[in-house]
Design a protein around this ligand. Sequence first.
Ligand code: FAD
Ligand code: DHB
Length: 393
Amino acid sequence: MRTQVAIIGAGPAGLLLGQLLHEAGIDNVIVERQSADYVLGRIRAGVLEQVTMDLLAQARVDARAQAEGLPHDGIELLFQGARHRIDLHGLTDGRRVTVYGQTEVTRDLMAAREAAGLHTFYNADRVALHDFDSAQPRVDFVQDGVARTIDCDFIAGCDGFHGVSRASVPPAALQLYEKVYPFGWLGVLADVPPVSHELIYANTARGFALCSMRSTTRSRYYVQVPVDERVERWSDEAFWNELRVRLDSEARERLVTGPSLEKSIAPLRSFVAEPLRFGSLFLAGDAAHIVPPTGAKGLNLAAADVGYLSRALEIFYRERSPSALDRYSDLCLRRVWKAERFSWWFTSLMHRFPDTGEFGQKIQEAELDYLVHSPAASTALAENYVGLPLEDF
Ligand code: FAD
Ligand code: DHB
């Protein structure tokens, strides 16, 4: 078959790109290695920037996120046993974030794609990218034992960190930047009311903790664990006990516990591959970069990338001009590196590092004290947390 844009991967980046292109009248097909249920079963991000909400609106898939998402005007930082509020709304001229799970974003995008009659090949095996150094690239794969080929103008590599797209680029054409952190996040999802109506980011002597949520009845909690920790070693009770001792006394009393719906450990990593374009192949989302989750930037960066890519493709087809496509990589990377910097900084500020000892802890507490009492420092945190604006081509 033939299409204008072949999209590899039906995560949030691939699905959102598909809808944005469809709204712009650009034909596209998605090829996904897993089943739709598998993709929906992954519990990941939960905080959407305004830029992401705007892109969902542009793709006309924002109705449920608007109706059911929880607008958050602030976050709380907990250190030395006390909580301090960062007024995101007041410090950023009225910007805010929306708590709405990646699972729900994905579900809404899949439903819109199906309603529009757009084609997605799930359970695609042996996905291979060909001739993307030419203007006639091709994607081959096998589905249900049948070999298939998609001829296209462009390939969008939205297939995550372990995908085939970045791996298909000759290594000499890629510059990789990476930092691996010596800890992971043990996360639990549970149908219990959140401990507080805003997110709590906690720096404690026992390590980082985060109190987040998916709704007013579903909570998402994380605790920092050593990088080699195994999830099987953590009963629900052990998790709740560890979370409880990392909270302040009021939160400790308010904490409602219950059986976990999901429990997993995510390693923390910073990673960027440059550039994001190789002839007719464009990388977007986790295929090109990873941030540690502390700043809640992973999903939002993926959305911003495909926002840029859909606009550049629209300009290409409307004006027959490659100028925006030529700028895609540079424009994305400017914003990506700022989010990488913010995520690295917030991770460094909030976690216990094995090699920095008591001195490191004191320095973190001094910076946190400065952060919550200096309007300049609070504003820098707030404007990055709510998300930096997209630039024009
Ligand atoms: P993905 O969501 O990874 O989607 C890529 C898709 O491509 C997948 O569906 C995959 O099956 C498919 N694919 C892979 N290989 C192939 C192939 N060869 N052929 C075809 N398809 C393929 N961010 C936060 O902000 N907060 C969090 O709490 C958070 N938690 C996370 C926990 C985990 C365990 C992970 C891995 C990530 C987490 N993130 C979090 C990051 C956030 O979820 C990602 O940044 C976001 O999913 C990126 O979207 P994407 O579409 O680029 O990639
Ligand atoms: C969540 C994850 C984050 O990394 C974050 O900073 C805030 C919320 C979450 O999964 O809810």
